[in-house]
Design a protein around this ligand. Structure first.
Ligand SMILES: *[C@@H]1O[C@H](CO)[C@@H](O)[C@H](O)[C@H]1NC(C)=O
Ligand SMILES: *[C@@H]1O[C@H](CO)[C@@H](O)[C@H](O)[C@H]1NC(C)=O
Ligand SMILES: *[C@@H]1O[C@H](CO)[C@@H](O)[C@H](O)[C@H]1NC(C)=O
Ligand SMILES: *[C@@H]1O[C@H](CO)[C@@H](O)[C@H](O)[C@H]1NC(C)=O
Ligand SMILES: *[C@@H]1O[C@H](CO)[C@@H](O)[C@H](O)[C@H]1NC(C)=O
Length: 344
């Protein structure tokens, strides 16, 4: 039945394209017909240890198979799932002719070695998940087409200057849980970057230059002591800043460092602050628990002269500091009138 249907479709195509050489057409029909029939039954050629569902012939599922090396990847593949195995090496020829891969899931393996050209030909690659491996550096020659690059939970301790060069479409870059002491490279050219997670590294200072589009910046659990003046005013889209578990002191924070009208959420918990930094009236969530704050300064939230210009703060966490609820001035009710969750 299928063969007949196929022939009919083929004939229709042929009659619509009458200027084609019939001999070439017949042989191409034969080849394509055979390949299509196979695809109908099995999804096309597929490495034995993987599943290639016939209903989704461009996807190859090889996750959780106890594999310790890269399988052969048929050239038609676009979505390749190899996570949760024991792969240690991605050699230069790992992808052979499978240059159309769009998603490549390699997380939760033991990868420590990647050929310098391994990913170079994957010109359509959007998502590359290499998190939870044993990498000590960012693989070389990553495709510029990447949009989502996950390298968290590795042992990366240095970024090569050109590690992310030309990735104008990169929107997500996850580097948390690595051994970085310095970002070193300018990330400013990552024009589309909206989320940067560099938490749980060993950073001593904030990254130097970051793209303006940035929306979320996660710096938790590093050793950062200071924020340069006007650091946050360079980002017009920044809404979420997480700085918990660092070494921030008030000395390291210029007067208006966090008084940035775009911020929605600011996490400064588990630092060494002795007073509440000035924040914008538009901030909605402020986490300050487990610092050494000694005083409740209402002027950090609202201008005292203009109490009608109240704070938009909804959540304020202050527990684990050196103040108690009794230290809140009575005007706080006016200034923080939207706050539904204040914990002291
Ligand atoms: C890739 O394609 C070329 C040309 O079609 C072919 O000669 C070669 O054997 C293919 N390589 C692999 C690994 O399939
Ligand atoms: C991870 O890499 C280190 C070298 O960087 C090596 O000593 C270690 O055995 C690797 N671990 C695994 C589980 O492969
Ligand atoms: C970024 O995306 C646009 C639109 O999809 C595309 O035209 C362009 O080639 C991409 N840039 C890179 C470096 O891949
Ligand atoms: C916060 O910034 C605004 C303008 O961006 C400014 O008017 C205000 O005085 C600043 N707050 C404090 C307490 O400095
Ligand atoms: C409220 O005060 C801030 C500075 O504290 C200022 O930027 C803003 O324009 C004021 N808003 C109104 C409605 O007065």
């Amino acid at each position: 039945m299928r063969l007949i249907a196929l022939l009919l479709v083929g004939l229709l195509k042929f009659t619509l394209a009458t200027n084609r050489d019939p001999f070439i057409w017949l042989s191409s029909l034969h080849n394509r017909g055979y390949a299509s029939l196979q695809a109908d039954n099995t999804g096309g050629e597929c490495p034995e240890e993987c599943d290639c569902p016939p209903t989704f012939p461009m996807a190859m599922y090889c996750d959780n198979r106890n594999m310790n090396k890269m399988p052969y990847i048929p050239s038609r593949m676009k979505y390749v799932y190899l996570q949760h195995n024991q792969i240690t090496t991605v050699p230069n020829n790992a992808f052979g002719n499978a240059t159309n891969i769009v998603w490549l899931m390699l997380h939760e393996n033991l990868i420590s070695s990647v050929g310098k050209q391994a990913f170079a030909k994957l010109a359509n690659l959007n998502r590359l998940y290499l998190n939870n491996n044993n990498l000590t550096e960012v693989p070389s020659n990553l495709p510029r087409s990447l949009q989502d690059l996950r390298l968290n939970h590795n042992k990366i301790n240095k970024l090569q200057p050109n590690a992310f060069e030309g990735m104008a479409n990169l929107t997500v870059l996850l580097l948390h849980h690595n051994g970085l002491q310095d970002i070193g490279v300018g990330l400013k050219s990552l024009k589309s970057l909206t989320l940067l997670d560099v938490s749980r590294n060993q950073l001593k200072k904030v990254p130097d230059s970051l793209p303006e589009m940035l929306h979320q910046l996660y710096l938790d659990s590093n050793s950062i002591e200071a924020v340069p003046a006007n650091y946050f005013s360079q980002f017009t889209n920044l809404q979420y800043v997480r700085f918990s578990h660092n070494e921030l002191t008030n000395k390291g924070i210029p007067q208006n460092a966090f008084n940035n009208s775009g911020l929605v959420e600011l996490d400064l918990s588990f630092n060494k602050l002795e007073s509440i930094p000035v924040v914008s009236t538009s901030l909605q969530h402020l986490y300050l628990q487990a610092n050494h704050i000694k005083e409740f300064t209402l002027g950090s939230f609202c201008s005292v002269v203009d109490v009608m210009n109240f704070s938009k703060l909804r959540v304020l966490r202050l527990e684990g500091n050196e103040i108690s609820a009794g230290d809140m001035p009575s005007e706080a009710a006016l200034c923080l009138r939207l706050a539904s969750d204040i914990a002291v």
